[in-house]
Design a protein around this ligand. Structure first.
Ligand SMILES: [Fe+2]
Length: 216
């Protein structure tokens, strides 16, 4: 009787072990084929590189130099994203006899700024940094004053955009010089050829609208 019990106990344990092995195999199969969702609230939520940290990249620059350029570029990025979005706000909200002209120009400039955002952000990644991205973070970092939610007259819109451009232009010139001095020619070139040139051209288009028209 005792032997029988022992034997059935062994068989029972064996079947429990087999069932557990099958479960493990099934779990592994599911893990390989099913998406693991909601990781932002689970154990899988973790950063692989924290903001501000620099990882090594084969760009041949000293880590200190790369870090300084990443910090500078993130400031230009925050301001460029803000200016880009201000263009869309004004594209939607513009009124007055020059509506169509400004509406179209604002959208064209928006596209130019959106292209800049991408090259700046990717330069930061090239250097081994992490680029700012989300609106809440941009709002905390930008130096451009926050415009009101409501509509403003066309001349005030133009003035606000010009001030934002001037801020970025000064910033780009200063940071380009620092990048050049540090030997980071790629960042220097991006800040001059892309950021500076685009902003200088766009601010010229805007400022011509604020010249008082004189009858011939
Ligand atoms: Fe539109």
């Amino acid at each position: 009787m005792a032997t029988q019990k022992k034997t059935s106990g062994k068989t029972g344990n064996k079947s429990v072990v087999n069932a557990a092995q099958k479960d493990t195999a099934k779990d592994a199969q599911q893990q390989a084929t099913e998406p693991t969702l909601h990781q932002q609230v689970g154990r899988g939520s973790h950063e692989t590189q924290r903001f501000g940290e620099i990882v090594s990249r084969p760009h041949g620059l000293d880590t200190k130099v790369a870090k300084a350029s990443v910090t500078a570029l993130n400031q230009v990025l925050a301001d460029t994203i803000t200016l880009r979005d201000m263009y869309k706000k004004h594209h939607w909200q513009v009124v007055g006899p020059t509506f169509n002209q400004l509406h179209l120009m604002y959208d064209k400039h928006f596209e130019g700024q959106a292209a800049l955002v991408d090259v700046i952000a990717e330069r930061i990644q090239v250097l081994g940094g992490i680029s700012l991205a989300m609106a809440a973070d941009i709002a905390e970092e930008t130096k451009i004053p926050r415009p009101p939610r409501g509509r403003e007259p066309a001349a005030v819109q133009l003035s606000r955009l010009i001030d934002a451009h001037t801020l970025i232009i000064k910033e780009a010139r200063e940071l380009a010089e620092k990048a050049s001095d540090a030997g980071d020619s790629g960042t220097d070139d991006l800040l001059v050829s892309d950021v500076l040139r685009t902003n200088e051209l766009q601010v010229w288009f805007l400022s011509e609208h604020l010249v008082a028209a004189s009858p011939v």
